[in-house]
Design a protein around this ligand. Structure first.
Ligand code: ZN
Length: 421
């Protein structure tokens, strides 16, 4: 039998122990540097608030407070393009550092020493940040009761424990808190694979249960096909083959997506860009669904032919678009606007992606400076980034290849993200 000596580098045990030690050391280091990064982000934003002229141009108007907030946003955008993360991530991490430092100093210290994981630090910050700031005893109790758990529990277990402690120490009644939480309600769509997407709603629990009960009811009615009993002539039709889950999804899509006009009478529609040959059934080239990306040819033919709530944009089989022509009026024609929305997908600031529908079409070279209303001089900017471009010491230029480049107040140059499709 082979003898295992403790320090023999050929020994599997020594190799395994060495690898484990490396993993432990790296994990501690990762926690420490994350804490350091959060702290540095928070300091940068504080400098921007205290010295706004570092990040905003002379043309900015507003109260001292508004200018300092605007400078903070400009600085967050500068950090975001340097770190390749979203501005929201920059602000979140800075906010987490501030929250932990002021509200849970013990957990913050242990995070800084590397003993608390990034996931647990983020949970502690989120829950401590959701406690009222004017109840120091509650915050102190939260910090004290969770300091060891933050170090010892896995992220899932720590989340459960932290939620329970938050409930115990909270100084406000649940009805008070619910009113505030309900202000955050919303609906989101997230693209997934293979022509699918998630539609998520954040709702008061009662409304969510009610909506689900309604879907259950309609799905059950469809599954049972009660009309077969009353109308024998329909009995020829095939049995319902969809599962209950599929029926619920179809009912939800019909109820929410089958509407062609908003309650105000203004038409709402989604654009779909379809290659002409695909529409004619002579090509299987995918179409582009606005706000999503490629969808399969059969689906595109179906919605282009039968769904009135879609705006069709047909593209030329050879040059891809029939709209790529220079325009001579300041106003952007509706068809060009629609196509640019599909091209840009949304705001062209790196990582922003706010939907084109909620953006302005900005003349990259201003109309007053000779810029034309042409595809290569128009880009979508959300209100925030539009303002950064004009007042925030940022500049935007398009090079000869048509690529957009941003220059930050502190001199970082970053290309706009390539169009998504
Ligand atoms: Zn934007």
């Amino acid at each position: 039998m082979e003898e295992i000596r403790p320090l023999d580098p050929r020994s599997a045990l020594v190799r395994a122990e060495f690898a484990i030690a490396r993993a432990e050391v790296a994990s501690h280091a990762a926690n420490r540097v994350a804490a350091d990064q959060w702290a540095a982000l928070s300091e940068t934003l504080r400098e921007a608030r205290e010295h706004p002229r570092l990040f905003v141009g002379p043309s900015v108007r507003g109260s001292e407070r508004e200018i300092s907030e605007f400078a903070e946003r400009s600085a967050a955008a500068d950090l975001a393009i340097r770190l390749n993360v979203s501005e929201q991530a920059v602000r979140n991490r800075a906010h987490q550092a501030d929250t932990l430092r002021h509200r849970t100093p013990t957990i913050w210290a242990r995070f800084h020493e590397g003993d608390v994981s990034v996931a647990n630090a983020a949970t502690a910050a989120r829950l401590a940040g959701s406690l009222p700031g004017d109840a120091p005893e509650a915050l102190a109790a939260f910090d004290e009761r969770l300091a060891d758990a933050a170090r010892n529990l896995t992220p899932g277990a720590f989340r459960s424990k932290a939620r329970a402690v938050r409930e115990q120490v909270h100084s406000l009644s649940l009805s008070n808190r619910h009113a505030h939480a309900a202000e955050q309600r919303g609906v989101w769509v997230d693209a997934d694979l293979d022509g699918m997407a998630y539609l998520t709603a954040y709702l008061p629990a009662f409304a969510a249960r009610q909506a689900m009960a309604r879907l259950d009811h309609f799905a059950a009615v469809l599954a049972e096909r009660p009309e077969l009993a009353e109308r024998p002539e329909l009995a020829e039709r095939p049995e319902e083959s969809r599962t209950l889950a599929q029926l619920r999804a179809d009912v939800a899509a019909d109820l929410l997506g089958g509407v062609t006009a908003s309650p105000t009478g203004v038409g709402v529609s989604v654009a779909v860009t379809v290659p002409v040959l695909t529409l004619l059934g002579r090509s299987e080239e995918p179409a582009l669904l606005e706000g999503y990306g490629p969808i399969d040819a059969a689906t595109a033919r179906r919605i282009a032919g039968h769904a009135p709530s879609f705006t069709r944009i047909l593209t030329h089989p050879v040059n891809g678009t029939v709209l790529n022509v220079d325009r001579t009026s300041y106003r952007v024609p509706a068809d060009l606007k629609r196509w640019l929305g599909v091209r840009d997908g949304g705001c062209v600031f790196p990582g922003c992606g706010r939907s084109a529908r909620r953006c302005d079409l900005d003349h990259t070279v201003a109309w007053a400076s000779g810029g034309t209303t042409a595809v290569d001089n128009l880009a979508h900017l959300c209100r925030h980034h539009h303002r950064l471009k004009h007042e925030g010491k940022w500049s935007l230029e398009r090079d000869t290849n048509g690529r957009l480049a941003w220059k930050s107040p502190t001199g970082r140059v970053r290309n706009a993200d390539p169009p998504p499709f």
